[in-house]
Design a protein around this ligand. Structure first.
Ligand SMILES: [Zn+2]
Length: 427
């Protein structure tokens, strides 16, 4: 009998970096595609933000998400409950933790009502079995806002209530909702860091107004990077809310450990609609999903996508070549825009997650941003509206390139990996 001797060099096992957060906020009509993604084990993102206003459609997702190791984060809708535009939205005054007296105000929530809010919110979370909650925080106008103290108290009581309901493993994420200009004041930033250090929170969700993929000029992006880096002192994950495509750049540069956006929408923070009184003719409607041009990290409507892709050379440049994503290429990309977006965004985040941090910024610059800006130039010849996309990509290149030159090393956010969750997605 011949003994087989195989020369096996033991492979050094390096612990894989913890996955970055890819949070998806499903809209009214997105529950079906998310359910499908959860069943397939791909494209659902690492966490779903559950909207209690769409409970009928979204609560059934929670159990499937848990089985798939995907986080479920209950949105407390605290901003909507405390601002005129938000309070006028359908269903908001009827939430179980809304106050009988009307819109939440500092006066109402500093009394007994605050305790009632937290109790009802915690009970809802326990019953729904979500894995995390967005703390009921409010818009901070300035350093003197009464919400600082009230929100701290609500958050502490939330932790206590959750623990009493045997939800000790449920995470609390703290939404910081503030104007970028307010946070640029170093005293306010110092106050925020001190404030957050004292709270039992597992992550900071940044809702900086205004910000987003289409509102990320050179100065805004630079400021966002700076503000995030100051928050790294907290040692907990930072998540860029409604950040969309620019969020992927923030992830690559380590500014945040997670991003959050809607399904082809909600990639911009603009709180005006919530904070201001509603317009008399305001109506909410669910628009048709946009088509994700993943090579440009940009969205266009279905008609524009069809026209662009019918032009010479454009199918090869912008059609989805990923047969695991869109087996029929560009046809599927336009026919199933939600699925294409979810899978491509998951791919973008997974690629960054898989590589050591030090390689991520260079990878993003060379493998995405540089080719994207060349492709955008060609696409804009056929579709003039894409000239704005090209301008945006060039601007990001300038800002991020300068950032890399200025810093030989920089701090990075903890990955928003849902640390208390023990189940991991298998795919
Ligand atoms: Zn695709």
């Amino acid at each position: 009998m011949i003994e087989m001797v195989t020369a096996v060099t033991p492979r050094k096992l390096r612990p894989a970096p913890e996955p970055l957060g890819n949070f998806i906020r499903p809209g009214y009509n997105d529950h079906t595609v998310i359910a499908q993604a959860l069943a397939e084990g791909r494209g659902s993102g690492s966490g779903l933000v559950i909207n209690p206003l769409h409970a009928d459609r979204q609560r059934p997702l929670i159990e499937h998400a848990r089985a798939a190791g995907v986080e479920t984060i209950l949105d407390s809708k605290s901003l909507e409950l405390s601002a005129p535009g938000g309070y006028a939205m359908h269903g908001v005054p009827e939430l179980p933790w809304a106050a009988a007296e009307g819109m939440h105000s500092p006066l109402i929530l500093s009394g007994m009502e605050g305790g009632r809010l937290v109790r009802n919110l915690s009970e809802y979370a326990a019953e729904a079995q979500v894995s995390a909650i967005l703390a009921p925080t409010h818009f901070l106008d300035d350093a003197e806002s009464p919400w600082w103290t009230i929100d701290a108290s609500l958050t502490r009581r939330l932790r206590q209530n959750l623990n009493e309901l045997e939800m000790t493993s449920a995470l609390i994420y703290y939404p910081v909702m503030v104007r970028t200009s307010t946070l640029m004041n170093p005293a306010v930033m110092a106050q925020l860091i001190d404030h957050l250090r004292r709270l039992p929170v597992d992550g900071v969700w940044l809702r900086l107004h205004p910000f987003g993929t289409t509102k990320s000029g050179p100065l805004v992006l630079k400021r966002y990077l700076q503000l995030c880096r100051q928050l790294h002192a907290l040692g907990i994950p930072i998540v860029a809310e409604h950040s969309g495509s620019v969020g992927v750049a923030l992830l690559a540069f380590g500014a945040v450990g997670g991003i959050e956006s809607g399904v082809t929408f909600t990639d911009t923070v603009n709180l005006d609609g919530v904070l201001r009184p509603p317009k008399p003719d305001a109506r909410s409607f669910a628009p048709a999903p946009r088509v994700y041009l993943h090579q440009l990290s940009a969205f266009v409507d279905a008609q524009t996508a069809r026209e662009l892709l019918s032009k010479r050379g454009m199918k090869a440049l912008h059609g989805c070549q990923d047969t695991a994503c869109c087996p029929r290429g560009w046809v599927d990309m336009v026919a199933n825009p939600r699925q294409h977006f979810l899978r491509q965004r998951a791919r973008e985040v997974a690629q960054l997650s898989a590589m050591p941090f030090s390689l991520r910024p260079g990878y993003y610059m060379e493998n995405f941003l540089r080719p994207a800006s060349d492709r955008a130039m060609r696409a804009a010849e056929f579709e003039p509206s894409l000239a704005a996309v090209r301008k945006r990509l060039d601007s990001w290149r300038g800002t991020l390139g300068a950032d890399l030159e200025q810093h030989s090393e920089f701090t990075i956010s903890e990955p928003a990996a849902g640390r208390r969750l023990r189940v991991r997605p298998s795919a």
